[in-house]
Design a protein around this ligand. Structure first.
Ligand code: IMP
Length: 193
């Protein structure tokens, strides 16, 4: 059984392959000969992950899944959300993204936020299923910590005292939005294939 993970990040493919039984083989975009950049211009995480999986399913005729993640800040009506990577502009500069976010939250008491991942899976018959992973938390006043990536230095998960960037990678990976969505996907695939 072969399933394509519509991502150009080989680390993400390896990470999920390690969670699957051997008879389910994950293929990367490169493995199926898809070298073009996949569009993700929808207004929601659900829409973007579906757009990517759907493109691969219709053009390459393999069961596949794709993910999309965003940081959603409550006092900013869910921003930066689907544009998390490009919040401060197309240059995708995480320093500028965090600075912009902190400036928008200046003086606001409500600093609640969540990371959310949505995975869309399309099976060989074209049936679609979505899996969501959420980790709730709060935005700090300043960046703290040097681990991880993206907005990790300004996000403290609920129940913890440290930012994601101050935690060891395996500690973050146990509780993260991506881990929760991925575990749901793995459970589904293992049960149905
Ligand atoms: P993607 O959908 O996985 O590419 O994530 C989109 C953007 O969300 C990334 O460019 C990061 O800025 C942010 N992001 C996603 N996951 C994380 C995370 O685990 N920690 C911090 N930022 C993240």
């Amino acid at each position: 059984m072969q399933i394509c993970f519509a991502t150009s990040n080989p680390n993400k493919v390896r990470e999920i392959q390690a969670m699957l039984p051997d008879y389910i083989r994950l293929l990367s975009l490169k493995d199926i000969g898809c070298l073009e950049e996949l569009a993700e211009d929808q207004s929601t995480l659900e829409g973007n992950s579906h757009q990517k999986a759907n493109y691969v399913f219709h053009n390459y005729h393999v069961p596949c899944f794709a993910d999309d993640t965003g940081l959603e800040v409550f006092a900013l009506d869910g921003a930066p959300g689907v544009i998390s990577a490009r919040y401060a502009g197309e240059q995708r500069d995480i320093g500028a993204n965090m600075e912009l976010l902190l400036s928008k939250l200046q003086g606001k008491e409500d600093r609640k936020a969540q990371f959310r991942t949505v995975i869309t899976f399309i099976n060989e018959d074209g049936k679609t299923r979505q899996f969501e992973g959420v980790v709730k938390g709060a935005i700090t006043n300043n960046p703290q910590g040097g681990q991880g990536f993206g907005y990790d230095p300004i996000f403290i998960p609920k129940g913890y005292q440290q930012t994601f960037a101050q935690m060891a990678a395996d500690e973050k990976n146990k509780i993260s939005h991506r881990a929760i969505a991925t575990q749901k996907l793995v459970k589904y695939l293992t049960k149905h294939f």
